[in-house]
Design a protein around this ligand. Structure first.
Ligand code: GLV
Ligand code: MN
Ligand code: MN
Length: 389
Protein backbone atom coordinates (compact mmCIF):
# COMPACT_ATOMS: atom_id res chain seq x y z
CA UNK A 1 0.00 0.00 0.00
CA UNK A 2 2.97 2.37 0.40
CA UNK A 3 3.89 1.70 -3.23
CA UNK A 4 1.40 4.13 -4.86
CA UNK A 5 2.79 6.88 -2.62
CA UNK A 6 6.43 6.15 -3.42
CA UNK A 7 6.73 8.72 -6.22
CA UNK A 8 4.70 11.55 -4.65
CA UNK A 9 6.91 14.48 -3.70
CA UNK A 10 10.08 12.42 -4.06
CA UNK A 11 13.22 14.40 -4.83
CA UNK A 12 15.43 12.13 -6.97
CA UNK A 13 18.55 14.04 -5.93
CA UNK A 14 18.17 13.46 -2.18
CA UNK A 15 16.03 10.33 -2.45
CA UNK A 16 13.80 11.94 0.20
CA UNK A 17 10.30 13.40 0.24
CA UNK A 18 9.25 17.04 0.06
CA UNK A 19 5.58 17.08 1.01
CA UNK A 20 4.81 20.52 2.41
CA UNK A 21 1.27 21.20 3.61
CA UNK A 22 -1.03 22.38 0.82
CA UNK A 23 1.65 21.83 -1.89
CA UNK A 24 0.89 19.92 -5.11
CA UNK A 25 2.34 16.79 -3.47
CA UNK A 26 0.05 17.23 -0.45
CA UNK A 27 -2.97 17.63 -2.72
CA UNK A 28 -2.04 14.41 -4.52
CA UNK A 29 -1.70 12.61 -1.18
CA UNK A 30 -5.11 13.92 -0.11
CA UNK A 31 -6.51 12.55 -3.37
CA UNK A 32 -4.96 9.15 -2.58
CA UNK A 33 -6.56 9.24 0.90
CA UNK A 34 -9.98 10.05 -0.60
CA UNK A 35 -9.58 7.15 -3.05
CA UNK A 36 -8.72 4.68 -0.28
CA UNK A 37 -11.73 5.87 1.72
CA UNK A 38 -14.05 5.53 -1.28
CA UNK A 39 -12.75 2.04 -2.17
CA UNK A 40 -13.77 0.89 1.30
CA UNK A 41 -17.14 2.66 1.32
CA UNK A 42 -16.03 4.98 4.15
CA UNK A 43 -17.64 8.35 4.72
CA UNK A 44 -14.98 11.00 3.93
CA UNK A 45 -15.02 14.35 5.73
CA UNK A 46 -12.57 17.23 5.64
CA UNK A 47 -12.84 19.40 8.74
CA UNK A 48 -12.45 23.19 8.89
CA UNK A 49 -8.69 22.88 9.41
CA UNK A 50 -8.04 20.55 6.51
CA UNK A 51 -7.75 17.35 8.56
CA UNK A 52 -9.23 14.32 6.78
CA UNK A 53 -11.48 11.72 8.42
CA UNK A 54 -12.73 8.50 6.82
CA UNK A 55 -15.48 6.88 8.89
CA UNK A 56 -16.79 3.35 9.12
CA UNK A 57 -19.99 4.05 11.06
CA UNK A 58 -21.50 7.38 12.10
CA UNK A 59 -19.57 9.19 14.87
CA UNK A 60 -22.27 11.82 15.38
CA UNK A 61 -24.30 9.21 17.27
CA UNK A 62 -21.43 7.83 19.34
CA UNK A 63 -17.78 9.00 19.47
CA UNK A 64 -15.52 6.62 17.59
CA UNK A 65 -12.14 4.99 17.86
CA UNK A 66 -9.83 6.86 15.51
CA UNK A 67 -6.49 5.79 14.12
CA UNK A 68 -4.18 7.41 11.57
CA UNK A 69 -1.33 9.88 11.35
CA UNK A 70 -0.15 12.38 8.70
CA UNK A 71 1.00 12.40 5.07
CA UNK A 72 3.14 15.58 5.00
CA UNK A 73 6.89 15.25 5.50
CA UNK A 74 9.92 17.10 6.78
CA UNK A 75 11.87 18.31 3.75
CA UNK A 76 13.83 15.40 2.29
CA UNK A 77 12.40 13.02 4.86
CA UNK A 78 11.71 9.31 4.69
CA UNK A 79 8.80 7.26 3.41
CA UNK A 80 7.48 6.06 6.78
CA UNK A 81 7.14 9.02 9.18
CA UNK A 82 3.40 9.65 8.90
CA UNK A 83 2.41 7.49 5.91
CA UNK A 84 3.05 4.23 7.79
CA UNK A 85 0.38 5.23 10.32
CA UNK A 86 -2.18 6.16 7.65
CA UNK A 87 -1.55 3.10 5.48
CA UNK A 88 -1.59 0.81 8.55
CA UNK A 89 -4.90 2.34 9.62
CA UNK A 90 -6.56 1.38 6.32
CA UNK A 91 -4.87 -2.04 6.39
CA UNK A 92 -6.02 -2.70 9.98
CA UNK A 93 -9.57 -1.81 8.98
CA UNK A 94 -9.32 -4.29 6.09
CA UNK A 95 -8.13 -6.94 8.52
CA UNK A 96 -11.09 -6.31 10.85
CA UNK A 97 -13.45 -6.77 7.92
CA UNK A 98 -11.62 -9.94 6.90
CA UNK A 99 -12.14 -11.17 10.46
CA UNK A 100 -15.82 -10.24 10.08
CA UNK A 101 -15.69 -8.00 13.12
CA UNK A 102 -18.77 -5.85 13.67
CA UNK A 103 -17.40 -2.91 15.63
CA UNK A 104 -19.50 -1.72 18.55
CA UNK A 105 -18.29 1.83 17.93
CA UNK A 106 -17.55 3.78 14.74
CA UNK A 107 -13.96 3.52 13.50
CA UNK A 108 -12.26 6.50 11.86
CA UNK A 109 -9.07 6.83 9.83
CA UNK A 110 -7.52 10.29 10.25
CA UNK A 111 -4.93 12.24 8.32
CA UNK A 112 -3.80 15.41 10.11
CA UNK A 113 -2.70 18.51 8.22
CA UNK A 114 0.88 19.80 8.46
CA UNK A 115 2.20 17.63 11.27
CA UNK A 116 5.83 18.50 10.61
CA UNK A 117 5.53 22.26 10.36
CA UNK A 118 8.01 22.13 7.46
CA UNK A 119 6.35 25.02 5.65
CA UNK A 120 5.05 27.40 8.35
CA UNK A 121 7.28 26.49 11.29
CA UNK A 122 4.60 25.29 13.72
CA UNK A 123 4.31 21.49 13.99
CA UNK A 124 0.98 19.66 14.41
CA UNK A 125 -0.87 22.62 12.90
CA UNK A 126 -4.00 20.63 12.04
CA UNK A 127 -4.44 19.09 15.48
CA UNK A 128 -3.45 22.31 17.29
CA UNK A 129 -6.10 24.27 15.40
CA UNK A 130 -8.68 21.52 15.89
CA UNK A 131 -8.18 21.47 19.65
CA UNK A 132 -7.79 25.24 20.04
CA UNK A 133 -4.14 24.98 21.12
CA UNK A 134 -3.28 27.45 18.31
CA UNK A 135 -5.40 30.49 17.49
CA UNK A 136 -6.58 30.96 13.90
CA UNK A 137 -5.22 34.53 13.95
CA UNK A 138 -1.69 33.35 14.66
CA UNK A 139 -1.87 30.36 12.28
CA UNK A 140 -3.28 32.26 9.30
CA UNK A 141 -0.61 34.96 9.54
CA UNK A 142 2.32 32.49 9.53
CA UNK A 143 4.43 32.80 6.39
CA UNK A 144 6.36 30.26 4.34
CA UNK A 145 9.78 30.82 2.73
CA UNK A 146 8.13 32.61 -0.22
CA UNK A 147 6.34 35.04 2.08
CA UNK A 148 2.91 33.49 1.44
CA UNK A 149 0.66 33.26 4.50
CA UNK A 150 -1.26 30.14 5.48
CA UNK A 151 -4.39 32.11 4.58
CA UNK A 152 -3.04 32.72 1.03
CA UNK A 153 -2.03 29.11 0.59
CA UNK A 154 -5.32 27.66 1.86
CA UNK A 155 -7.30 30.03 -0.35
CA UNK A 156 -5.30 28.88 -3.38
CA UNK A 157 -6.06 25.27 -2.40
CA UNK A 158 -9.78 26.12 -2.46
CA UNK A 159 -10.19 26.12 1.34
CA UNK A 160 -11.80 28.78 3.54
CA UNK A 161 -9.34 30.41 5.95
CA UNK A 162 -12.26 32.13 7.72
CA UNK A 163 -13.44 28.69 8.91
CA UNK A 164 -10.12 27.69 10.49
CA UNK A 165 -9.99 27.22 14.26
CA UNK A 166 -11.17 25.27 17.30
CA UNK A 167 -13.65 22.64 16.11
CA UNK A 168 -15.45 21.15 19.09
CA UNK A 169 -17.92 19.31 16.88
CA UNK A 170 -15.22 17.34 15.05
CA UNK A 171 -13.24 16.80 18.23
CA UNK A 172 -16.33 15.30 19.89
CA UNK A 173 -16.35 12.51 17.29
CA UNK A 174 -12.98 11.25 18.58
CA UNK A 175 -13.64 9.03 21.58
CA UNK A 176 -10.17 7.47 21.55
CA UNK A 177 -7.16 8.07 19.29
CA UNK A 178 -4.43 5.53 18.50
CA UNK A 179 -1.55 6.62 16.26
CA UNK A 180 0.81 4.04 14.80
CA UNK A 181 4.24 5.43 13.89
CA UNK A 182 7.64 4.20 12.76
CA UNK A 183 9.99 4.33 15.74
CA UNK A 184 12.49 7.16 15.51
CA UNK A 185 15.18 5.51 17.58
CA UNK A 186 16.47 2.01 18.31
CA UNK A 187 14.52 1.15 21.47
CA UNK A 188 12.69 -1.75 19.82
CA UNK A 189 15.91 -3.03 18.25
CA UNK A 190 17.40 -3.27 21.74
CA UNK A 191 14.20 -4.94 23.03
CA UNK A 192 14.21 -7.38 20.10
CA UNK A 193 10.51 -6.66 19.47
CA UNK A 194 8.71 -5.45 16.31
CA UNK A 195 6.03 -3.34 18.06
CA UNK A 196 6.05 -1.10 21.12
CA UNK A 197 3.81 1.38 22.92
CA UNK A 198 4.54 5.03 23.78
CA UNK A 199 4.78 6.14 27.39
CA UNK A 200 5.51 9.84 26.93
CA UNK A 201 6.59 12.58 24.54
CA UNK A 202 9.38 14.86 25.70
CA UNK A 203 8.63 18.57 26.04
CA UNK A 204 9.97 20.33 22.97
CA UNK A 205 10.01 23.59 21.07
CA UNK A 206 11.44 25.72 18.28
CA UNK A 207 13.03 29.16 18.60
CA UNK A 208 13.98 31.59 15.85
CA UNK A 209 17.20 33.61 16.29
CA UNK A 210 17.73 36.68 14.06
CA UNK A 211 21.33 37.90 14.05
CA UNK A 212 21.54 41.38 12.54
CA UNK A 213 24.75 42.80 11.06
CA UNK A 214 25.80 44.92 8.09
CA UNK A 215 26.13 43.51 4.57
CA UNK A 216 29.42 44.51 3.00
CA UNK A 217 32.11 43.55 0.49
CA UNK A 218 34.09 40.38 1.35
CA UNK A 219 37.30 41.68 -0.22
CA UNK A 220 37.46 45.36 0.60
CA UNK A 221 36.06 45.52 4.13
CA UNK A 222 38.77 45.35 6.79
CA UNK A 223 38.10 42.78 9.54
CA UNK A 224 38.03 45.56 12.10
CA UNK A 225 35.29 47.38 10.19
CA UNK A 226 32.91 44.45 9.87
CA UNK A 227 29.64 43.78 11.65
CA UNK A 228 29.36 40.11 10.64
CA UNK A 229 26.29 38.26 12.08
CA UNK A 230 27.80 34.91 11.05
CA UNK A 231 30.17 35.07 14.03
CA UNK A 232 27.56 35.18 16.83
CA UNK A 233 25.56 32.61 14.86
CA UNK A 234 28.57 30.26 14.88
CA UNK A 235 28.94 30.80 18.63
CA UNK A 236 25.26 29.85 19.10
CA UNK A 237 25.72 26.53 17.29
CA UNK A 238 28.68 25.54 19.46
CA UNK A 239 27.10 26.87 22.65
CA UNK A 240 23.92 24.86 21.95
CA UNK A 241 25.87 21.62 21.82
CA UNK A 242 27.84 22.43 24.94
CA UNK A 243 24.74 23.49 26.90
CA UNK A 244 22.78 20.44 25.74
CA UNK A 245 25.45 18.15 27.16
CA UNK A 246 25.48 20.07 30.43
CA UNK A 247 21.66 20.12 30.82
CA UNK A 248 21.20 16.53 29.61
CA UNK A 249 18.85 17.52 26.77
CA UNK A 250 19.18 17.65 22.97
CA UNK A 251 19.50 20.86 20.95
CA UNK A 252 19.76 21.22 17.19
CA UNK A 253 20.31 24.01 14.71
CA UNK A 254 18.97 22.36 11.56
CA UNK A 255 17.81 25.33 9.52
CA UNK A 256 19.44 28.64 8.71
CA UNK A 257 18.89 31.46 6.29
CA UNK A 258 21.73 33.79 5.29
CA UNK A 259 20.87 37.09 3.73
CA UNK A 260 21.72 38.21 1.13
CA UNK A 261 23.64 34.93 0.73
CA UNK A 262 26.60 35.85 -1.48
CA UNK A 263 29.90 33.97 -1.28
CA UNK A 264 31.68 37.32 -1.71
CA UNK A 265 29.73 39.39 0.80
CA UNK A 266 29.61 39.73 4.57
CA UNK A 267 25.99 38.81 5.39
CA UNK A 268 23.57 41.39 6.72
CA UNK A 269 21.29 38.93 8.48
CA UNK A 270 21.56 35.34 9.63
CA UNK A 271 18.43 33.56 10.84
CA UNK A 272 18.75 30.25 12.64
CA UNK A 273 16.18 27.91 14.14
CA UNK A 274 16.95 26.10 17.38
CA UNK A 275 15.06 22.91 18.22
CA UNK A 276 15.41 21.86 21.88
CA UNK A 277 13.92 18.88 23.73
CA UNK A 278 14.55 16.73 26.75
CA UNK A 279 12.96 14.55 29.38
CA UNK A 280 12.47 17.50 31.78
CA UNK A 281 10.96 20.88 30.91
CA UNK A 282 13.06 22.97 33.37
CA UNK A 283 16.29 21.75 31.73
CA UNK A 284 15.01 22.58 28.22
CA UNK A 285 13.86 26.01 29.40
CA UNK A 286 17.19 26.66 31.15
CA UNK A 287 19.12 25.85 27.98
CA UNK A 288 17.00 28.16 25.84
CA UNK A 289 17.20 31.02 28.35
CA UNK A 290 20.96 30.67 28.59
CA UNK A 291 21.45 30.61 24.82
CA UNK A 292 19.00 33.48 24.24
CA UNK A 293 20.73 35.69 26.81
CA UNK A 294 24.17 35.13 25.30
CA UNK A 295 23.29 35.14 21.60
CA UNK A 296 23.04 38.84 20.80
CA UNK A 297 20.06 38.07 18.57
CA UNK A 298 16.33 38.76 18.47
CA UNK A 299 14.83 35.51 19.76
CA UNK A 300 11.25 34.36 19.24
CA UNK A 301 9.55 31.16 20.40
CA UNK A 302 7.78 29.68 17.38
CA UNK A 303 6.28 26.67 19.11
CA UNK A 304 6.25 24.94 22.47
CA UNK A 305 4.79 21.54 23.32
CA UNK A 306 4.69 20.55 27.00
CA UNK A 307 5.46 17.02 28.11
CA UNK A 308 2.80 14.45 27.25
CA UNK A 309 2.40 11.41 29.50
CA UNK A 310 -0.06 9.08 27.79
CA UNK A 311 -2.77 7.74 30.13
CA UNK A 312 -1.51 4.64 31.95
CA UNK A 313 -4.68 2.55 31.66
CA UNK A 314 -4.97 2.88 27.88
CA UNK A 315 -1.19 2.54 27.44
CA UNK A 316 -1.08 -0.71 29.44
CA UNK A 317 -4.16 -2.04 27.67
CA UNK A 318 -2.42 -1.47 24.31
CA UNK A 319 0.75 -3.13 25.57
CA UNK A 320 -1.23 -6.21 26.61
CA UNK A 321 -3.31 -6.45 23.45
CA UNK A 322 -0.50 -5.59 21.01
CA UNK A 323 2.14 -7.69 22.69
CA UNK A 324 0.75 -11.20 22.19
CA UNK A 325 2.16 -13.52 24.86
CA UNK A 326 4.44 -10.90 26.45
CA UNK A 327 3.27 -7.28 26.85
CA UNK A 328 4.77 -4.94 24.27
CA UNK A 329 7.65 -2.76 25.50
CA UNK A 330 6.73 0.76 26.62
CA UNK A 331 9.03 3.55 25.43
CA UNK A 332 9.25 7.36 25.64
CA UNK A 333 10.06 9.44 22.57
CA UNK A 334 11.67 12.75 21.73
CA UNK A 335 9.49 13.16 18.63
CA UNK A 336 6.28 15.17 18.55
CA UNK A 337 2.99 13.68 17.29
CA UNK A 338 -0.66 14.67 16.80
CA UNK A 339 -1.51 12.00 19.40
CA UNK A 340 0.30 14.18 21.94
CA UNK A 341 -1.74 17.26 21.01
CA UNK A 342 -4.99 15.29 21.30
CA UNK A 343 -3.91 13.79 24.65
CA UNK A 344 -3.20 17.28 26.01
CA UNK A 345 -6.69 18.33 24.86
CA UNK A 346 -8.20 15.54 26.96
CA UNK A 347 -8.81 12.90 24.26
CA UNK A 348 -7.75 9.45 25.52
CA UNK A 349 -4.80 8.78 23.19
CA UNK A 350 -2.06 6.24 22.73
CA UNK A 351 0.64 5.26 20.25
CA UNK A 352 2.11 2.13 18.74
CA UNK A 353 5.68 2.15 17.41
CA UNK A 354 7.04 -0.12 14.70
CA UNK A 355 10.70 -1.13 14.84
CA UNK A 356 13.16 0.88 12.75
CA UNK A 357 16.35 -1.17 12.24
CA UNK A 358 18.72 1.81 12.05
CA UNK A 359 16.69 4.17 14.21
CA UNK A 360 17.28 6.90 11.59
CA UNK A 361 14.35 9.20 10.85
CA UNK A 362 13.68 12.60 9.23
CA UNK A 363 16.05 11.32 6.54
CA UNK A 364 15.73 9.23 3.36
CA UNK A 365 17.51 6.46 5.32
CA UNK A 366 14.41 5.92 7.49
CA UNK A 367 13.21 2.32 7.19
CA UNK A 368 10.98 -0.40 8.59
CA UNK A 369 11.08 -4.03 7.41
CA UNK A 370 7.95 -5.29 5.72
CA UNK A 371 7.47 -8.09 8.28
CA UNK A 372 7.53 -5.50 11.09
CA UNK A 373 5.06 -3.28 9.22
CA UNK A 374 2.74 -6.30 8.97
CA UNK A 375 3.19 -6.97 12.69
CA UNK A 376 2.22 -3.34 13.27
CA UNK A 377 -0.98 -3.75 11.25
CA UNK A 378 -1.96 -6.90 13.16
CA UNK A 379 -1.24 -5.17 16.48
CA UNK A 380 -3.29 -2.14 15.42
CA UNK A 381 -6.19 -4.34 14.28
CA UNK A 382 -6.10 -6.22 17.60
CA UNK A 383 -6.14 -2.91 19.49
CA UNK A 384 -9.03 -1.52 17.44
CA UNK A 385 -11.02 -4.72 17.87
CA UNK A 386 -10.45 -4.58 21.60
CA UNK A 387 -11.35 -0.88 21.91
CA UNK A 388 -14.49 -1.29 19.77
CA UNK A 389 -15.93 -4.18 21.69
C1 GLV B 1 8.07 15.68 14.42
O1 GLV B 1 8.40 14.68 13.82
C2 GLV B 1 9.00 16.27 15.32
O2 GLV B 1 9.13 15.76 16.43
O3 GLV B 1 9.67 17.21 14.94
MN1 MN C 1 8.38 13.64 11.87
MN1 MN D 1 5.30 11.74 12.25
Amino acid sequence: MLEPLAHIGRDPRSGGYVRDAWSAADMELRGWFAGEAARRGLDLREDRNGNLWAWWGDPSRRPGVVTGSHLDSVRHGGAYDGPLGVVSAFAALDLLRERQVTPGRPIGVACFTDEEGARFGVPCMGSRLLTGALTPERALALTDDDGDTLADVMTRAGRKPADVGHDAETLATVGTFVELHVEQGRGLVHEGRPVGVASAIWPHGRWRFDFHGRADHAGTTRLADRDDPMLPFARLVLAAREAAERHDVVATVGKTRVSPGNANAVPGLVTAWLDARGPAEPAVRALVEELSAAAGADVREESWTPEVAFGAALRDRLARVAGGDTPAPILPTGAGHDAGILATAGVPSAMLFVRNPTGVSHSPEEHADQADCHAGVVALADVLEDLCR
